[in-house]
Design a protein around this ligand. Structure first.
Ligand code: GDP
Ligand code: IMO
Ligand code: MG
Length: 426
């Protein structure tokens, strides 16, 4: 049975965690395919909140094998802490598998992330300072350490000494910092972390393919989102991996023909954390309303998210680059209190109307959204369980977006809880 992908279509925090958990109910395996603990995926089950960073969002089901794929960058200290937090809440993490080919985030990656940001000054990216960019940079430079190196202290040490020969020069001579100590890192990673991580290390490719070949449901969970993608996002204000659906192939070790359902997660409005262009950004009281009512603060970093109106131009691009088969629209309930809603249907760039995203970033910076106004519905929809019961204006809003983006909107979120969703296809 082919796999399903869950992918963010905007700038992250669309509700991927909640919808992965929802769709995972019917699956046997959930694989995180890229990113690291820059992600914050929130699940609310029976009133209890789980904020996941590295652990796949299928972890709450006993019948699911959660897998951290080769495309993820793993800080083993964070992984163990997250597992401890989950175990303390009664969640069994013993079945968690970690690809031996995933790369390790090392302490110097985190330090370099912060130093690069400081160096950029006003041009900073606003990263999560988790070491994501430097870890992927080392991977691309072919000097990264991998999860499987935790199983072999000699190889771990040899690779660490080799990379520090260079990295310590950068730290001391470029950034005027103290060198990092290989013995200290080895003690923490090999003596403290490795004994607890090793039982989870697996050949994730075989696991995934055995599951696919035996007809099991496999869900490939993306972190971040299309416009934070290293290739397709608003470069350089992006993350250092490929969150798009294509990243699920490289990051989980499957081919395009192994996938037949691609669910794009889209908020009913848009948010962005960190720097970068955002054509429909709202800096007025409507924006404050979206942040307050939508609780738009980072799951793990606590940063205020920048709010804006739904942008159909960006969504059309997300449909293309991910080949979305359907969209899950989240947080529709957040719009309950607004009298009227704006949807960006095109951009005005130097007097010309653009239906599709301009390829040149300078044009995106000059884009003025062309809006269509729709009426609000003015009632609480958070307790509705049947799409037929939606107020007409809410149903019309969904139908309008669906028409704009050209892909069916099947699932609709009306609250953070696991049960707060509507299935328009049911
Ligand atoms: P992710 O990174 O894409 O998994 O999203 P986050 O978990 O960072 O942010 C989404 C936030 O919205 C979380 O606090 C969720 O609990 C919440 N959420 C998800 N879906 C809905 C919804 O339909 N309505 C409301 N009100 N909140 C939702
Ligand atoms: P989830 O999976 C929202 C943003 C950061 C910054 C840029 C680069 O919860 O949707 P990085 O630390 O990755 O080098 O930062 O990407 N960013 C996110 N924004 N949600 C996320 O994850 C994000 N992960 C990274 O704010 O602008
Ligand atoms: Mg998030």
């Amino acid at each position: 049975m082919p796999a399903t992908v869950v992918v963010g279509t905007q700038w992250g925090d669309e509700g991927k965690g909640k919808f992965t958990d929802l769709v995972a109910k019917e699956m046997e395996m959930v694989v995180r395919y890229q990113g690291g603990h820059n992600a914050g995926h929130t699940l609310v089950v029976d009133g209890e909140t789980f904020a996941l960073q590295l652990v796949p969002s299928g972890i709450l089901y006993d019948h699911i094998t959660p897998v951290i794929g080769n495309g993820v960058v793993v800080d083993p200290r964070v992984l163990l802490k997250e597992m401890d937090t989950l175990e303390a809440k009664g969640v069994d993490c013993s079945s968690l598998k970690v690809s031996g080919n995933a790369h390790l985030i090392m302490p110097y990656h985190q330090e370099l992330d912060a130093l690069h940001e400081r160096h950029l000054g006003d041009g900073k990216l606003g990263t999560t300072k988790r070491g994501i960019g430097p870890a992927y940079a080392d991977k691309a430079m072919r000097v990264g350490l991998r999860v499987q190196d935790l199983q072999d202290p000699k190889i771990f040490r040899k690779k660490l000494d080799a990379v520090l020969g260079y990295t310590n020069q950068v730290l001391t001579k470029v950034f005027n910092r103290l060198p990092v100590d290989a013995d200290e890192i080895a003690a923490e990673y090999l003596d403290v972390c490795a004994p607890r991580v090793i039982p989870h290390i697996a050949d994730a490719i075989s696991l995934v393919h055995n599951a696919l070949e035996t007809g099991q449901g496999v869900l490939l969970e993306g972190a971040q989102a299309t416009f934070l993608d290293l290739d397709h996002g608003t470069y350089p204000f992006v993350t250092s991996s490929n969150p798009v659906a294509g990243g699920a192939c490289t990051g989980a070790g499957v081919g395009p023909r192994d996938i037949d359902r691609i669910i794009g997660i889209a908020k009913a409005y848009v948010t962005r954390v960190g720097s970068g262009p955002f054509p429909t950004e709202l800096t007025d009281e409507t924006g404050d309303y979206l942040v307050d009512v939508g609780h738009e603060y980072g799951t793990n970093t606590g940063r205020r998210r920048r709010p804006g109106w739904f942008d159909a131009v960006m969504m059309r691009q997300a449909v293309r680059v991910n080949s979305l088969s359907e969209v899950a629209l989240t947080k529709l309930d957040v719009l309950d209190g607004l009298d009227s809603l704006q949807v960006c249907v095109a951009y005005d760039i130097n007097g010309e109307r653009h239906h599709q995203l301009p390829y040149h970033q300078s044009e995106l910076h000059q884009a003025t959204p062309i809006y269509e106004e729709l009426p609000g519905w003015g009632t609480d929809i958070s307790k509705i369980t049947n799409p037929e019961a939606l107020p007409k204006n809410a149903a019309d809003y969904i139908a309008f977006l669906e028409n704009q983006i050209g892909v069916p909107i099947r699932l609709v979120g009306v609250g953070p809880g696991r049960e707060q969703f509507l299935d328009r296809a049911a």
